[in-house]
Design a protein around this ligand. Structure first.
Ligand SMILES: [Mg+2]
Length: 388
């Protein structure tokens, strides 16, 4: 068995929104198709993947380095010992040939995007959902198909006022979400607090708000927000300072004793380990948001989960960034605490298989082979254009 071809394409997911740091008017992502010679249901198995929003398409790196390394490898070296499926670890190692340690962000998105497409193919070859395969290989054998999701929105956009913000949040609640998220740091502290008050005025008992500063604040600003936000019962206070400023993050525990969340901009097990070692996060209340599609894929995510275990963290403290089905599968298969969701953004790439509804803050994953892209019609149509 062999990988016949790997195709990639950069596609637009532009949107007029902005957070405290960037706007998304020129945002793109890479779509990948891994075409194999393995036949299921009379057709070659094709694995698909994409990187989540925020880091742009990665085609050049894939074309120049990572795809050729896979295709030039002896196909015998890319399969498992039984010879009946591809081995994601071996394929990952082939992509990482002649790569220096450190500097992970340079290539972690490109490798991660190919890696998730490989896992889609591997699970399809076993004719089972990826969450089932993960639970059997790395978990307790029993996936939890019901996964917590929260609605990420509350971006800044032209013409937004408080009534539109409340309407937006109400629409998430009406669609079954119990936790909604709003961006902060793109306006003054005073204005952000007014917006938070507006949103809280439409939430009921059992519904919560999370806020996300997207790494915008210096230490003084982060402390000022910490003190001001302490008056609320927020679901979390996310990414206050620069993602690599672990001392800033650690300092904030002296000013904010409620849940915090961070990690979406750390792209390797080693970077995640530094956050755990030096970021002062608390395993009894804080949340980790590492996103497999941006950080070397699922092979690396398994290493990160093992690192967390060694440091006394449960996988249930992880609620990944990105709002994609790759992380939904990890959550269901390996017991993560949930997943991000963008109900109105980044379509058709985000979201759930058709017919999956959010109920009381949870979705239930259907039985679809692989990651489950075939269950989302608008998405699989885009993917099949690439592999046709
Ligand atoms: Mg964020």
């Amino acid at each position: 068995m062999k990988i016949v071809e790997i195709r990639e394409k950069t596609v637009a997911i532009s949107s007029p929104i902005r957070n405290a740091y960037i706007d998304f008017s020129k945002m793109t992502l890479s779509l990948v198709a891994v075409i194999t010679d393995v036949i299921r249901d009379g057709k070659p198995v094709i694995g698909y993947g994409f990187n989540s929003n925020g880091r742009y398409g990665q085609g050049t790196l894939m074309r120049e380095r990572f795809i050729p390394r896979i295709l030039e490898a002896d196909s015998q070296d890319l399969v498992n010992d039984a010879g009946d499926n591809f081995d994601p670890d071996k394929i990952w190692a082939s992509m990482f040939t002649n790569e220096k340690p450190g500097g992970h962000g340079e290539r972690s998105v490109a490798i991660g995007t190919v890696d998730v497409a490989i896992w889609d193919a591997v699970a399809k070859i076993e004719e089972k959902p990826l969450f089932q395969l993960l639970a059997e290989r790395y978990g307790n054998g029993k996936p939890e198909r019901r996964v917590f999701v929260y609605a990420a929105g509350g971006y800044y956009y032209p013409g937004q006022d408080h009534s539109k913000l409340k309407d937006e949040m109400r629409s998430y609640i009406d669609r079954g979400y119990t936790v909604v998220k709003k961006k902060i740091g793109g306006a003054s502290l005073e204005e952000d607090l007014k917006r938070i008050d507006s949103i809280l005025s439409v939430l009921q008992d059992g519904q919560k708000l999370a806020v996300d500063a997207n790494g915008r604040f210096d230490l003084d600003t982060a402390i000022a927000y910490s003190k001001a936000l302490s008056q609320y019962d927020l679901f979390w206070y996310e990414e206050p300072g620069d993602p690599l400023d672990f001392e800033l993050q650690a300092t904030l525990r002296n000013y904010y004793d409620k849940p915090m969340a961070t990690g979406e901009d750390l792209f390797s097990m080693q970077d995640a380990r530094n956050l755990i070692r030096y970021g002062g996060l608390r395993p009894d209340r804080d949340w980790l948001q590492f996103d497999c599609a941006l950080s070397y894929g699922l092979v690396e995510y398994l290493r990160t989960l093992e690192m967390l275990r060694q440091h006394g963290w449960s996988p249930s403290r992880c609620i990944p960034h990105g709002g994609h089905q790759m992380s939904l599968n990890i959550a269901a298969g390996l017991g993560l605490g949930g997943n991000e969701s963008y109900p109105d953004l980044f379509q058709p790439y985000g979201g759930f298989p058709d017919g999956v509804k959010v109920e009381d803050g949870y979705v239930t994953l259907p039985d679809l082979p692989g990651i489950g892209f075939e269950g989302k019609r608008d998405l699989i149509e885009e993917m099949r254009k690439l592999s046709a």
